[in-house]
Design a protein around this ligand. Structure first.
Ligand code: FE2
Ligand code: FE2
Length: 155
């Protein structure tokens, strides 16, 4: 599996979030591979639903609880990130127009993660105080990724 994201200098405390991002980028890769191989949108959606419930939803919640407050709701980057979370939640829970929706998920999740990694997290680790960073490390329970092997449609 390929991941095109270059490793960025990342503070120890938020590395756990970056590892979760890696799984998100892999999801996008799986979707692309599935589409290329003519896998049905229903199969792709089933795996997306599992990923959303078990990984993405808790990841968004933890970012909103531990990371975003460092810059605050009035910050433009935080506003953008929150809007993208809401948009992605809408896409993952959309039951109609699956072809279009799955393409949007692939594009927009990929873009969202790259924005957080390249821009938002850079500013966060610059602006957060050492004790804020320490707190993130203590509070964030990293979601250990255990693959769902029910239907590995990308294989
Ligand atoms: Fe996010
Ligand atoms: Fe994220």
């Amino acid at each position: 599996m390929e991941s095109k994201m270059k490793p960025l200098k990342r503070h120890e405390s938020i590395k756990s979030f970056s590892r979760e991002h890696h799984q998100g980028l892999l999801l996008c890769w799986k979707i692309r591979k599935g589409i290329k191989n003519g896998v049905s949108v229903e199969r792709i959606k089933k795996y997306n639903d599992w990923f959303f419930e078990n990984h993405l939803k808790p990841h968004f919640a933890d970012e909103e609880k531990y990371i975003f407050p460092i810059l605050g709701d009035e910050d433009e980057m935080i506003k953008k990130a929150l809007t993208e979370h809401r948009r992605l939640i809408r896409l993952f829970t959309e039951e109609n127009d699956l072809d279009k929706t799955i393409n949007h998920i692939e594009e927009e999740l990929d873009r969202h993660i790259r924005f957080e990694e390249r821009e938002l997290f850079m500013v966060i680790q610059e602006k957060a105080t050492p004790s804020e960073m320490q707190k993130i490390a203590e509070l964030h329970d990293e979601l250990k990724f255990v693959e769902n092997n029910d239907d590995k449609y990308w294989d």
